[in-house]
Design a binder for this molecule. Structure first.
Ligand code: UDP
Ligand code: MN
Length: 447
């Protein structure tokens, strides 16, 4: 009997030690690697790389969405951001709370809790942005933030950064959509804390989990601002983040705009500036950041000039509300998330609009370290991709199936409404998109 107890104790401690060691190696590896990554990634404006594809960062297919670039020039890396967050040197990797936070939320919840509900982040804009002035008569905005099992402090920092860094006359409302979260602190406690924002925040709770794509449409239906701005629930907006986005939309209402997405490190929660990049993807439809074409940087306004982007990364963008509906919202039969960003990107470009990244608008986003998506999520991701491939890729869908042959015979539901929408909007061909917006993708074809 005593012998058994000793055995259990021995094996129990062994498992604990192995877990701690694995966890340590995981982060330590990330740290050792990052300087190498920096060395590979040239600043996007370097002329010699003007037409060469430089990939700054990309995530796995299952999580292929927003991850901002890690590369940055030395000067910017030494930006005042450091003073706003603790450094990783003080992390105790064997703390079970740290592991638990990563498993549940994908980032360091100990630091998140210590940062609390609001903090100041460094102004990461190019200095030339500071001399830009925007009309006082910009359209109003509704900020839509969907969340599912989000960490409480990160969610509140998202809301409070919007409230404090948005001119009140431009902020119509903030719509929070709780996509059936299970965590108890997101119920009464959240209601209580949101009251301090005095009527600016509306909280909508879904009765079942809808997934991000339908949750965004639900949020939009509650919005009354002229422009819809979508944010993830672990963001912090930067100084004067909204004005340049709204300004670009007033120049042409068919312009969908995204800020530069700065990185909030998942371990230290340090706010770090990202380089100027544009959104792109490959034939597997994996999203990635690309370097900006040199001629865009050579324009008179240089690095403050809006950047034409073949795609948006996902959650963070702004669109004129009537245009969102004119363009057909999202495909409501897409599940959870994934693929909807590319579907929207192709729809905007091919149906008469444009996608711009606005360098003077910056929003930080926690680049979470996800666990691998579960198999049901992989199914919905594959289905979403198939729906977009069959509606938008024309004869080029072969290029997708050459890379993902297993998906060739998978079912993807009825797409007749989306095909009808494409006809009704008089959209151009995918060949036009390749020729005009994204020739680099055509160049990477296999025959
Ligand atoms: N989300 C949601 N419902 C879902 C899945 C995600 O409302 O079924 C929210 C999530 O809480 C987050 C946003 O959608 O605010 C984007 O998801 P996530 O951050 O996981 O994507 P990532 O940025 O990591 O790619
Ligand atoms: Mn996110």
């Amino acid at each position: 009997m005593q012998c058994n107890v000793l055995q259990y104790l021995f094996y129990g401690s062994l498992i604990f030690v192995i877990w701690t060691a694995l966890f340590f190696v995981y982060f330590h590896h990330g740290h050792v690697r990052s300087p190498l990554k920096k060395a590979h990634a040239e600043p996007p404006s370097a002329p010699s790389h003007a037409h060469q594809r430089v990939i700054y960062a990309a995530e796995e297919l299952g999580t292929a969405r927003l991850i901002a670039a890690e590369a940055e020039e030395e000067e910017q890396a030494a930006a005042p951001g450091k003073q706003f967050s603790p450094s990783n040197e003080n992390v105790n990797y064997s703390d079970p709370e740290l592991l638990d936070g990563f498993l549940k939320y994908g980032f360091n919840t100990i630091v998140s809790r210590s940062l609390g509900h609001e903090r100041e982040v460094p102004d990461t804009r190019d200095k030339r942005c500071l001399s830009k002035h925007y009309s006082l008569h910009l359209p109003t905005a509704s900020i839509i933030i969907c969340f599912h099992n989000e960490e409480f402090n990160a969610l509140l920092r998202t809301v409070s950064s919007v409230v404090y860094l948005t001119p009140p006359h431009l902020l119509e409302d903030i719509i929070l959509v709780d996509d059936m979260s299970k965590f108890v602190d997101l119920k009464e406690k959240l209601d209580y804390y949101l009251e301090s924002f005095r009527g600016k925040v509306k909280l909508v709770r879904n009765k079942k989990r809808e997934g991000l794509i339908r949750a965004k449409m639900i949020g939009a239906a509650y919005a009354s601002g002229e422009v819809l701005v979508f944010l993830d629930s672990h963001c912090e907006v930067n100084v004067a983040w909204l004005e340049p986005l709204l300004h670009a939309i007033t120049e042409d209402y068919k312009t969908v705009v995204a800020p530069v997405i700065d990185v909030i490190d998942s371990l230290s929660l340090e706010y770090q500036p990202s380089p100027l990049v544009r959104g792109a993807f490959d034939w597997t439809l994996r999203f990635r950041w690309d370097n900006v074409l040199s001629y865009e940087m050579d324009l008179p306004e240089g690095p403050t000039n809006p950047i034409r982007s073949p795609a948006i990364s996902g959650g963070i963008f702004a669109i004129y509300r009537p245009y969102f509906y004119e363009l057909g919202e999202y495909d409501k039969d897409m599940d959870i998330w994934g693929g909807e960003n590319l579907e929207l990107s192709l729809r905007v470009w091919m149906c008469g609009g444009q996608l711009l990244i606005i360098p003077c608008s910056r929003v930080g986003h926690i680049s979470r370290k996800h666990a691998k998506p579960d198999s049901s999520h992989e199914d919905s991701l594959a289905r979403n991709y198939l729906r977009l491939v069959h509606v938008w890729l024309d004869e080029y869908k072969e290029q997708f199936f050459l890379r993902s042959p297993a998906l060739r015979h998978r079912t993807y539901g009825n797409i007749s409404e989306r095909i009808q929408l494409r006809k009704q909007l008089g959209c151009k061909s995918f060949q036009w998109y390749l020729d005009t917006v994204f020739p680099e993708l055509e160049a990477s074809m296999v025959s």
